[in-house]
Each structure stands twice: as C-alpha cells, then as structure tokens.
Write a protein that binds this ligand. Structure first.
Ligand SMILES: Cc1cc2nc3c(=O)[nH]c(=O)nc-3n(C[C@H](O)[C@H](O)[C@H](O)COP(=O)(O)OP(=O)(O)OC[C@H]3O[C@@H](n4cnc5c(N)ncnc54)[C@H](O)[C@@H]3O)c2cc1C
Length: 332
C-alpha cells in the first residue's frame, strides 16, 4: 500500500494527480485480502479511459492479474482464459502468433483485458462481444468470484452492465474469449481493404492486424507523445426521425444505420462543424486532426480538460440539439 501515489504515469492523459492510497494486486487472493474496500475506491487498468478531475481521495487498486491459458480446444475453436491485468494489445499479438482469429481488428486498443468488457471495446467493424464467452469477477462485498455469461453483461455500443447498475461493485479478474482456428476475416471496414490493397498483402489475420495498426498509428495521437484518452465522446444514437431532420438541415451529415428505429451520428463530425478541431486553451485542447480527441499539451489539469469537454458539449447541443455523452470515465 502506497500513500499519496502519483498517477501521472498510470493513465494516458498524463495529468499530475495523486491517489491518497494505492495498491496493486497480482492475484484474486491478494484482492480478497484487502476487502472490504473503502467506499471511495477505483479500479485501475491501463488508465486509458479515464479523466481525473482532481486528486483521488480514496484507494486505487491497480489490476496486475496475469496469465493466458487455453482451457478448451476443438478443431474449430479455442477458449482462452486471460488475467484481467494482461495488456490487451499483447493478448492480440499472442493470438495472432498462435494463429487464432477474432482479435486482429481490435489491435492496438490501449488498456487492460479486464477493462475490455466494461465498455465492450470496439474498432474497425469488431467488438469485444463478438468473441466474448464469459468473465469472472469478484463481488467486492462478498469476495466471491462470480461468472457472467454473455446475456448477463448487457453489452451494447460502448456499454455493459459494469458501466451501469454494477458500476464499482465487481472487479473483473479474468475474461474468457472464444477464438477461431479457422481462417475467418472481417474486412467490412473500407480502410482495412484499402491498406491491404495498397500494400498488396495477402489476406491473413496478421495482415489485417498490421493494416489496423497502420491506420490507427496514422489517425490517432499516441498517448506517449501527447496525453489523451482516445475518443472523448460516444457517437450519439438517435431516433431515425431525428437523424432525418438533421439531414435536411445539414445534407453532408454522416448517418449510419443501427436498427429499424435508430441511427448513429458521428460525434467527431458534429464537433468539427463547430470549429473545435485544433482549439487550445492553456494546455487543454482538441487534437488538430481528430475533433473527437481531447488532449493534454503538457500541464493541463483534469478540471481544465473537463471544462473544455463541457463547453464542446454545450455548443453541440445548442447547434444540433444533441447531448454528447462522454465515453471516457470522469473521475471526480
Ligand atoms: C489512443 C487511444 C485509443 C483508443 N481507442 C479505442 C478504440 O478504438 N475502441 C475502444 O473501445 N476504446 C478505445 N480507447 C479507450 C480504451 O482503450 C478502452 O476503453 C480500454 O478498454 C480501457 O482499458 P484500461 O485498462 O485502460 O481501463 P481504465 O482506463 O484503467 O479503466 C476504465 C474504467 O473501467 C474500470 N475498470 C478497469 N478495470 C476494471 C476491472 N478489472 N474490473 C472492473 N472495473 C474495471 C475503471 O474503474 C474505469 O471506470 C482508446 C484509448 C486511447 C488512449
């Protein structure tokens, strides 16, 4: 247990913040030993989806539970059980090395395996839920490890039950993923196809992963170079009638189908229309190429970044009547 521990290097916004108490846990038994937790606690993975608005007054528990094991296997599939403290991208690279398909489109997403189900991470036409089998999580009141199947998790776009009613109540210790031994490729996303064509790469899970890495490296700022948390807001899901009305007023607005009742809008487009791209106030700013990514140019405070996010939110609501919801977890 450390007191007044710096969190600067433990989260990707790189803010100068401290935790009153900090502990890392490498195994379920270590976690059980520190129960009951103080009311004010925070589980930390890679810190790539959180904005600290100030110092954290409670206990930060850093997930370091490791291990990758194949627990079931047949001719078509493997079931892999992974410690929540494993780094997501290292798991992806491991799966590619074994020739197990299913994770390649999710290459280079920062963070830990344990956090991946929390917001059902997704990118380039794939989501965690596509390969999810079940997870193990410790009930932080009882210390019992419970199993959550697919239906229990309430997965949706950047959502799960762990962001909703069960927020803060469970510590995800292990995640079980079903990967394919057959060559199945997801190249529905146009940009992947283009890179594969341009580089004349034969279709394989490795070439898809390389294409995704190339696209992401070009498009997204590296938190090691400039503090950020990826997309700050979620893409809004609106009723089709709302999307139609916006299309009449703004004919170039991108609109994506979701189902028979809802459409998805591009939050980045809405923000960009209002001229926020490249905006900077002190060291808090909007990335110069990505309107959806808020950045710390060096010495911003969490409060400054949150104030900027709220300004953006208000301006989008005023112009388009859409309330942008943060994708990043705001830690107050
Ligand atoms: C440059 C960049 C690009 C990104 N691109 C994408 C993308 O393409 N798609 C995408 O979906 N996301 C993306 N993200 C967001 C981020 O990578 C994911 O949300 C990731 O899953 C966060 O993992 P983490 O370990 O860093 O979580 P943290 O930030 O440490 O935690 C996030 C939340 O989950 C909780 N939590 C963490 N671990 C556990 C656990 N074991 N049990 C219970 N609760 C837990 C935390 O308390 C917190 O509320 C990006 C982020 C960055 C910085």
């Amino acid at each position: 247990m450390k007191k007044n521990a710096s969190l600067k290097k433990l989260h990707t916004f790189g803010l100068e913040v401290q935790a009153a108490d900090y502990i890392s846990v490498a195994h379920e038994t270590e976690l059980r030993k520190i129960l009951p937790l103080p009311k004010n606690h925070l589980i930390l993975g890679g810190g790539s989806n959180m904005l600290f608005t100030k110092d954290f007054e409670g206990l930060v528990i850093h997930n370091k539970i490791k291990g990758i094991e194949v627990v079931e296997e047949n001719e078509e599939q493997v079931l892999v059980r992974v410690g929540g403290g494993e780094i997501w991208h290292e798991l992806v690279l491991w799966a590619i090395e074994q020739n197990y398909a299913g994770l390649e489109n999710l290459s280079l997403i920062p963070g830990s395996v344990g956090a991946a189900p929390i917001q059902n991470i997704g990118a380039y036409g794939a989501e965690l839920k596509d390969v999810f089998d079940r997870l193990e999580a410790m009930n932080l009141e009882t210390g019992v490890i419970e199993t959550f199947g697919f239906e229990d998790c309430g997965f949706a776009y950047r959502e799960s039950i762990f962001k909703g009613t069960l927020k803060g109540k469970y510590f995800i210790t292990r995640v079980l993923l079903r990967l394919s031994k057959q060559a199945t490729f997801n190249i529905s996303y146009g940009a992947i196809q283009k890179v594969l064509e341009d580089t004349q790469s034969p279709l394989s899970i490795r070439s898809i992963s390389n294409a995704v890495i190339q696209i992401r490296t070009q498009k997204l700022p590296d938190p090691k170079e400039i503090g950020n948390s990826g997309s700050f807001f979620k893409n809004p899901i609106v009723e089709i009638a709302v999307a139609k009305a916006l299309q009449e007023k703004y004919p170039s607005i991108p609109v994506y189908p979701v189902n028979n009742d809802f459409n998805k809008l591009a939050a980045g487009w809405l923000i960009d229309q209002l001229g926020w791209k490249g905006y900077r106030k002190g060291d808090a700013g909007v990335h110069q190429h990505q309107a959806l990514v808020l950045v710390n140019h060096g010495n911003a405070t969490g409060e400054e970044i949150w104030a900027l996010a709220k300004e953006i939110q208000a301006s989008v609501q005023k112009e388009f009547g859409i309330l942008l919801e943060p994708e990043v977890n705001i830690i107050a």
